[in-house]
Ligand binder design. Structure first.
Ligand code: NAP
Length: 465
């Protein structure tokens, strides 16, 4: 690997580019620079920050083609997916700018208690200082935007470490943001390995808050390594989608295929487990199979491709093994179930998956959706909740009572009725419970987490003479 990272296109194997392999020293230097940046950002007005953020959105739109092609070459996502990701990242900067028009704050009725008769007060939000952001490779641009936009909006500086597979899009994003007027010491991107540059960022005492998105395996270890700083963790998932007899099966089938195979199933909120009532399971499987078998799989840069590559040969090996293990435990392949190229695995639908099996507990993170059946509604909820993850969960039903029960009883950060588990709006609070994480993203909520509340209490003016 040497002193640089080599970025390869997972579809063609060609070299896309190189990025520095930063070590502890470079991370320390970046954080020192970001210290001046934090003081500078703190002194900016909301108007200054709004100008930077709307300028960033404009830069992203102007460079949409360049960014989307780079993302497709780095991550193997289809060009339609990466164009949508650039638009999404631009809108995250726009949302952050909009939040600054009327930032929330409370006036306190201190005189409602006897000790505050002469007092009046209010709450205001102040920046934390330097935010450390760490991002994964599967949504490299939009998730970098979810760290950078709220950090700057709240008046912080930020040091971002992108994944080793996708550093180039974050480096280009930094350049575009500097064009938009973000100060050089307000945004620093360090590239390198998680266990080197990432670890140094996590442990550094001058980082006020760590905002991490990535796997559970890495994430659960970070609070102890980070020490005394605020930590937010957006980790993996194993999303369930319950289908009841009253659901519109055609719409459900389309949502399942959309949610299971977008980004080749490499989304934290991919539809992984479909829990269908036994009376509709057969029809639903037929419809899902029809839609899934029409998907065009292959060259991500082609406009007609629906499903691109997995991120690496190792990721494809892992999916091959997962499907083989599930088959030996009794699962049947309805569609797919086969590797097509070094990094391509066909969209795969499995049924007769053993409930309670170890494999069902894992995050598949590949183009594999597993069907299970239930008889009583209680059973559906119990199966859906039988995982250590709790990110998004969905139910398809036209029964009000079932929808309300699912909203109450599904253990998830977000419960979705009659849409795919992959539904996410960037303005809503988003995050997990159980081992899917702690803290909430979504622009307004991340601005809250990336700032601290200060309370100001005024007594009556007392003249000095
Ligand atoms: P990952 O292996 O956990 O890596 C995520 C980031 O952490 C990368 O930048 C990685 O650097 C870095 N890292 C690794 N070890 C580290 C350490 N010891 N200290 C500090 N940083 C370290 O995850 P991934 O494979 O990139 O992404 C896939 C995972 O992310 C899935 O589990 C997915 O569900 C999850 N995800 C969650 C959300 C959400 O919003 N909840 C969104 C997207 C993805 P290297 O690249 O150099 O290893």
């Amino acid at each position: 690997m040497g002193d640089k990272l080599t970025v390869r296109n997972p579809y063609s194997g060609e070299v896309v580019g190189f990025a520095p392999r930063n070590m502890v020293r470079e991370v320390d230097e970046a954080i020192e620079t970001a210290r001046e940046g934090a003081a500078g950002m703190r002194a900016t007005t909301l108007h200054d920050r709004r100008r930077m953020l709307t300028g960033a959105a404009g830069q992203l739109q102007e460079h949409r083609d360049e960014l989307s092609v780079l993302l497709t070459r780095e991550a193997g996502k289809t060009i339609r997916e990466t164009r949508a990701e650039v638009d999404r990242a631009a809108s995250i900067f726009d949302l952050a700018a909009a939040e600054l028009v009327a930032p929330p704050g409370d006036v306190l009725a201190l005189d409602a208690l006897p000790n505050g008769a002469a007092m009046t007060g209010y709450c205001m939000r102040e920046p934390r200082g330097i935010i450390g952001g760490i991002t994964p490779w599967n949504v490299p641009l939009a998730l970098a935007a979810h760290k950078i936009a709220p950090a700057l909006a709240a008046g912080n500086s930020i040091v971002l470490k992108p994944a080793e597979q996708t550093p180039l899009s974050s480096l280009l994003l930094r350049d575009l943001l500097l064009n938009a007027g973000v100060p050089e010491n307000g945004l620093l991107v360090i590239t390198g390995l998680g266990e080197e540059a990432g670890d140094a960022l996590v442990r550094h005492p001058n980082i006020a808050m760590l905002s991490f998105t990535g796997s559970r395996e890495v994430g659960v270890r970070l609070p102890a390594a980070a020490g005394f700083k605020k930590v937010s963790l957006e980790l993996g998932g194993n999303s369930p989608l319950v289908v009841t007899p009253s659901a519109n099966l055609e719409a459900t089938a389309n949502a399942i295929v959309r949610g299971a195979f977008a980004v080749a199933g490499q989304l934290c909120i991919s539809v992984q487990r479909v829990i269908a009532h036994r009376t509709i399971l057969g029809d639903l499987l037929t419809m899902v199979s029809e839609v899934a078998s029409k998907l065009v799989v292959g060259d991500p840069v082609s406009d007609t491709t629906d499903v691109g590559t997995l991120i690496s040969r190792e990721a494809c090996d892992r999916i091959e093994k997962l499907v083989a293990d599930l088959k030996s435990a009794g699962a049947q392949v309805v569609v797919g179930g086969k590797r097509e190229a070094e990094c391509i695995y066909l969209p795969t639908v499995l049924t007769s998956v053993e409930h309670g099996g170890r494999m069902l507990q894992q995050e598949a993170f590949g183009p594999v959706v597993m069907f299970l059946q239930y008889t009583q509604f209680d059973e559906a909820i119990a199966i859906a909740n039988s995982t250590d993850y709790g990110l998004n969960a969905a139910i398809w039903t036209n029964n009000y009572e079932e929808a309300m029960r699912a909203a109450r009883e599904l253990q998830a950060g977000t419960v979705i009725v009659n849409e795919s588990t992959t539904f996410r709006s960037d303005l809503m609070p988003y995050g997990g419970i159980k081992q899917s994480g702690m803290g909430r993203e979504g622009v307004r909520f991340a601005i809250d987490e990336m700032s601290v509340m200060k309370t100001v209490c005024f007594g009556r003016p007392i003249s000095s003479n």
